[in-house]
Each structure stands twice: as structure tokens, then as C-alpha cells.
Design a protein around this ligand. Structure first.
Ligand SMILES: C[S@@+](CC[C@H](N)C(=O)[O-])C[C@H]1O[C@@H](n2cnc3c(N)ncnc32)[C@H](O)[C@@H]1O
Length: 230
């Protein structure tokens, strides 16, 4: 294993803490991310542009819930998940439906076995904030997407602490709050505050995409962007 991949895996293991528990958390919270609003956008603005057998890529697919959902909706599609954490790869490969495949790759500098201009849609759900930089991923998606192909990005974005704490179950100012939980919340606050919504837009614009939609979510703690390959 090369040094960079090892570093990425170590960084993710630290961020996810208990791999098995994080797999479960991603499964349990999946329908919150891929909710009615998501599927409304998917149907109206993404799937409506598909031909007979679209190619769909899910970056940082985790346990692969989206792969299973999307192949059910589009049985003739080729659906590809990209992932590098071992526990996620294992969960995603469990009962992988026909028509779906997994590519094990580090998104920090991906060279995916996909042809230029061959992909119809790419999804990156809460992935980019886990990366040192998402520029190479954006450039690789720009290479793989067809002209006019769509890239959906949904992620945590920078928000002030008070705003970030609005949904926290922990009272950080209570002296009885356990130290571990207090520290965990502040560590996640920093990790979730990597890029602002404007940073994501700026990077996408500079890697060959036109922004079609840019929407703050969850009291401005998260955002979704839909961009098109220029
Ligand atoms: C928070 S989870 C989200 C999983 C899924 N996209 C969802 O919304 O249910 C982020 C996923 O991205 C993966 N990931 C993060 N950085 C990555 C990288 N550099 N290369 C490949 N996968 C990465 C993590 O291992 C994890 O499975």
C-alpha cells in the first residue's frame, strides 16, 4: 500500500473512530441525506437527462446504500461506488446488486478506470469535508463526466460555533458534560468546518463546472450544490 493511501486510511479511521459503528451510523442516517428533497432534485434535474443506460458514480459510497437505491430506480444503469476505507468497502461489497460495482481508490488523487466523457451523473454526499483537498477529485470528475453531465455535492460547510451547536444534543457549557463528549464535539466542529459553501463553488467553477444550484441546508451548517460539466 502506498504512503498516501495509508495516510488517508489512518485519517479516516481517526475521523470515523469505530469503523463498524460508523458503517451502522451511515446506514441509519442514509434516508436523512437521500430524502424526499434529494429524490425530487434527482428526478427533475438529473435523471430527467438520462439516456437508456446511464453511468452513475457515487464518491465515498460508504456502505453503498445509494448504489442499491439507485440501481432499483434505474435497472439499466451502470452504478459505480468509489471508496477506500476497508470497513466501508466490505459493507458495500456485501450483497452488491447486479449492475453495481465498487472501485477501491483514494479520492485525494483518483485515476479511475473510466473513459473520458463517459459518466452521466456523480454524487458526493458528505465526502469532501473528509478530504485534505477535493481539487483532484473535481478534476477527475470533470474528465469522466460527459459534457453537460451533472455533479451533485452535499456536505458540511463552515458555520459559526453557535449555529453549529444549534442541533447538538450536548450542553457544552454545562460543567457536568463529560470531557470525552465535549472534546469529540469540538473535534467534529473543526472537521465539519473545512470549506464554506463559497469555497465549494469556487473550486467547482475552477475545475470546469457551471453552478446550477447552490443551497444552504440545515440552518447553514450544510449545503448542496448541483453543477454541470461545462
Ligand atoms: C460520511 S461518509 C458518507 C457515505 C455516503 N456517501 C452517504 O452519504 O451515506 C463519507 C465516506 O467517504 C469516504 N471517503 C472519505 N475520504 C475518502 C477518500 N479520500 N477516498 C475514498 N473515500 C473516501 C469515507 O470512507 C466514507 O465512507
Amino acid at each position: 500500500m502506498n504512503d498516501k493511501l495509508q495516510q488517508t486510511k489512518a485519517m479516516l479511521a481517526k475521523h470515523h473512530k469505530d469503523g463498524e459503528a460508523f458503517v451502522q451510523l451511515m446506514k441509519e442516517t442514509y434516508t436523512g441525506r437521500f430524502n424526499e428533497d434529494f429524490w425530487a432534485l434527482w428526478n427533475a434535474q438529473i435523471a430527467s437527462k438520462f439516456g437508456d443506460s446511464p453511468v452513475i458514480v457515487d464518491l465515498g459510497t460508504g456502505p453503498g446504500e445509494f448504489l442499491r437505491d439507485v440501481i432499483q430506480r434505474h435497472p439499466a444503469a451502470r452504478v459505480i461506488g468509489v471508496e477506500c476505507a476497508e470497513y466501508m468497502l466490505q459493507a458495500a461489497n456485501d450483497e452488491l446488486p447486479e449492475g453495481c460495482e465498487i472501485i477501491a481508490a483514494d479520492l485525494h488523487d483518483p485515476h479511475l478506470p473510466l473513459d473520458d466523457n463517459s459518466v452521466d451523473a456523480v454524487v458526493a454526499s458528505v465526502v469532501l469535508h473528509e478530504m485534505h483537498q477535493p481539487v483532484r477529485t473535481m478534476q477527475e470528475m470533470q474528465r469522466c463526466l460527459k459534457p453537460g453531465g451533472l455533479f451533485y455535492v452535499m456536505d458540511w460547510v463552515r458555520a459559526p460555533l453557535q449555529q453549529y451547536l444549534a442541533d447538538a444534543e450536548l450542553d457544552v457549557f454545562d460543567r457536568n458534560t463529560p470531557l470525552d463528549e465535549l472534546e469529540d464535539l469540538f473535534i467534529h466542529f473543526i472537521e465539519h468546518n473545512r470549506f464554506s459553501i463559497d469555497d465549494l463553488e469556487f473550486m467547482l467553477q475552477n475545475t470546469g463546472f457551471k453552478v446550477l444550484e447552490k443551497t444552504p441546508l440545515k440552518n447553514g451548517q450544510m449545503a448542496r450544490l448541483l453543477v454541470e460539466k461545462r
